[in-house]
Design a protein around this ligand. Structure first.
Ligand code: PGA
Length: 251
């Protein structure tokens, strides 16, 4: 099994002064050699963060489907890469909801990230109404099937993030059994898309991951890490999550 991958999504938070938190996370990372850590700051901070960290990955929170052109306000995957990013998050539910991003758009963004030489974290997740209607698995597996980039050869550069919309920023989390069941369903979908290569794609859980629930959530079957929003904004809470998942190795 690969090491847990714990990614912080800063969303629209972070100024230059906040880079102190990234530096503290980066320094702490040395004590956790069994965990892979990364942050996705706002695009304005990628280059500066790249200059001050060594041990953690850096990614963008979104990218445009095109490399360049007349798309005012947008940022391409090639630009993220040029700024120092190694990965891009695509299809976050906040973007699906606020900007009407469809599965097809998310897939195109994922493909453009891969084309630019980035790895990609593809996000999926059901709304509360969909879960209440008993449709969560159907909704999520169909998002996975239609949002991931195609071709078995790309599988090693793809990570999935399962984030129930109703758990994001709410403090509510699904039961461990529900997380495990969903991650198994996602695994089956990845295997039908990518064949044997689908067995090793990491599937992260996201939605109100905190230091006090991280060990339990990340202990669930098929959970290969976490995508963390609010609790990734300070080194104290982000490293608290890492410590809960894999206690520090002191030298
Ligand atoms: P949260 O956000 O940890 O603040 O719930 C998770 C996410 O949206 O990635």
């Amino acid at each position: 099994m690969s090491s847990p991958y714990i990614v912080g999504n800063w969303k629209m938070n972070g100024l230059r002064s906040t880079l102190a938190e990234a530096r503290a996370i980066d320094r702490a990372a040395a004590r956790y050699p069994k965990v892979e850590l990364a942050l996705a700051p706002p695009a304005t901070l990628i280059s500066r963060m790249h200059d001050v960290v060594n041990a953690i990955g850096i990614g963008g929170q979104d990218c445009h489907v095109e490399d360049s052109g007349a798309f005012t306000g947008d940022i391409s995957a090639a630009m993220l890469k040029d700024a120092g990013a190694q990965f891009a998050i695509v299809g976050h539910s906040e973007r699906r909801a606020a900007y009407g991003e469809s599965d097809a758009t998310v897939r195109a963004k994922a493909q453009s990230a891969l084309d630019a030489g980035l790895t990609v974290i593809v996000c999926v997740g059901e709304t509360e109404a969909q879960r209440d209607a008993g449709d969560a698995e159907k909704v999520v597996t169909s998002q996975v099937a239609a949002s991931i980039p195609q071709g078995e050869d790309v599988a090693p550069r793809v990570t999935l993030a399962y984030e129930p919309v109703w758990a994001i920023g709410t403090g509510r989390v699904p039961s461990v059994d529900d997380v495990a069941a969903m991650h198994r369903a996602i695994r089956a979908t990845l295997e039908s898309a990518y064949g044997a290569a689908g067995k090793t794609v990491r599937i992260l859980y996201g939605g109100s991951v905190k230091p006090d629930n991280a060990a339990e959530l990340l202990g669930a079957d098929e959970v290969g890490g976490a995508l963390v929003g609010g609790a990734s904004l300070t080194a104290e809470s982000f490293i608290g999550i890492v410590e809960a998942v894999s206690p520090a190795q002191e030298d």
